[in-house]
Design a binder for this molecule. Structure first.
Ligand code: SF4
Length: 266
C-alpha cells in the first residue's frame, strides 16, 4: 500500500475518498488530480502535488504534468513573498528575496500554475493513485521541484509509466539523494555539471545560444532533431549530461554569467 498518500485536506473536503487502483484504471482513466499532500522537506510548509493530463506541446509531446505548489497560498503570492522556497528551495532562477524582479524561471506562474491552484482551492480535483499513471509519460515538475515528493510514491508512479522526465535543483541535499538515477540534476554551468556527474548524477543545463559552452554534453534531442520528449526519453535520470541552448522564452533561463553577476550585485 502507498501509506505516504495522505488524506485530502479540509480545503478540499468535497473530494471523494481514495479510489481503488482497479476503479481508477477502469475506462482508461488518465492521471488527473491530487496524488500527495504533506510538509515540504525544506521548511515544513504545506505543499501539494497535482497531476493534470490532456495537455501537450511540441517539445514535450503528450505527457501527464506534475505541479508541486504551496497548499496554503497561490503560486503568485508565494513568489511575491518568497514562500516559493518551500517548493523550489534555493534554485537560482527564483528571487530569493521574493518578487518577480530578476526571476529567470521558465515557468509563468500567472498562467498554468494559477489555474491549477484555483481548481485545487475549488475542490475540483479527485485523489489519484500511482496506478493511474499506467502507460503514460510523466513530466515531473511542470512547476516546483519533484525531489520534494516521497521516494516511494515517485518510484511507484514511474514503475507503471511508459516513461518520465524530471529535473531537480536539490541534488546536493542529503535527503534528496534518492532522486539520483530518477531525475536529472539541474546545473547552471560546465563546472557544476562536472561536479554533479562526479557524484553520480545525470545532468541538465542550459548553455549559451551559440553552443560554445556545450562541451561533451549531449544536445537536447528537441533542439538537435525536433524530436519531442515523449519520443526521446533522455531525461529519466540516467547518468548522462544533456545541454540545451538558451532560446525563446527560456533565453533568460541560464546564462551562468548572468546568475553570477546578479549574485555579485545583490
Ligand atoms: S526552475 Fe524549477 S525549481 Fe527553479 S524556480 Fe523554476 S520551477 Fe522553481
Amino acid at each position: 500500500m502507498f501509506t505516504h498518500l495522505t488524506p485530502v485536506s479540509s480545503t478540499t473536503s468535497s473530494s471523494p475518498p481514495l479510489p481503488s487502483p482497479r476503479a481508477q484504471l477502469h475506462g482508461r482513466a488518465r492521471a488527473h488530480g491530487i496524488f500527495w499532500e504533506g510538509p515540504s522537506p525544506i521548511d515544513g510548509a504545506p505543499i501539494v502535488a497535482i497531476v493534470t493530463s490532456g495537455t501537450s506541446n511540441a517539445k514535450t509531446g503528450p505527457m501527464a504534468q506534475v505541479w508541486v505548489i504551496r497548499a496554503d497560498q497561490s503560486p503568485v503570492d508565494a513568489v511575491r513573498s518568497g514562500d516559493d522556497k518551500s517548493i523550489c528551495g534555493t534554485c537560482p532562477h527564483r528571487n530569493a528575496r521574493g518578487g518577480f524582479t530578476g526571476r529567470s524561471c521558465y515557468v509563468r506562474v500567472h498562467n498554468a500554475p494559477m489555474s491549477v491552484w484555483e481548481a485545487y482551492r475549488r475542490g475540483r480535483y479527485k485523489v489519484v493513485v500511482p496506478e493511474a499513471f499506467e502507460r503514460q509519460g510523466i513530466r515531473w515538475g511542470a512547476y516546483g521541484d519533484p525531489a520534494l515528493l516521497p521516494e516511494g510514491l515517485v518510484k511507484a508512479c514511474n514503475e507503471v509509466a511508459r516513461f518520465w522526465t524530471g529535473y531537480t535543483h536539490l541534488h546536493r541535499q542529503q535527503w534528496a539523494q534518492w532522486a539520483r538515477g530518477v531525475f536529472m540534476a539541474s546545473v547552471e554551468s560546465g563546472p557544476q555539471e562536472t561536479e554533479a556527474r562526479a557524484r553520480g548524477w545525470g545532468t541538465f543545463r542550459v548553455g549559451r545560444r551559440d553552443g560554445s559552452d556545450h562541451g561533451s554534453a549531449v544536445a537536447c534531442s528537441n533542439e538537435a532533431t525536433g524530436m519531442s520528449c515523449s519520443e526521446c526519453k533522455l531525461y529519466d535520470g540516467a547518468e548522462r549530461a544533456i545541454v540545451v541552448s538558451a532560446h525563446g522564452p527560456q533565453a533568460g533561463f541560464v546564462p551562468a554569467e548572468r546568475l553570477t553577476a546578479r549574485k555579485r550585485a545583490g
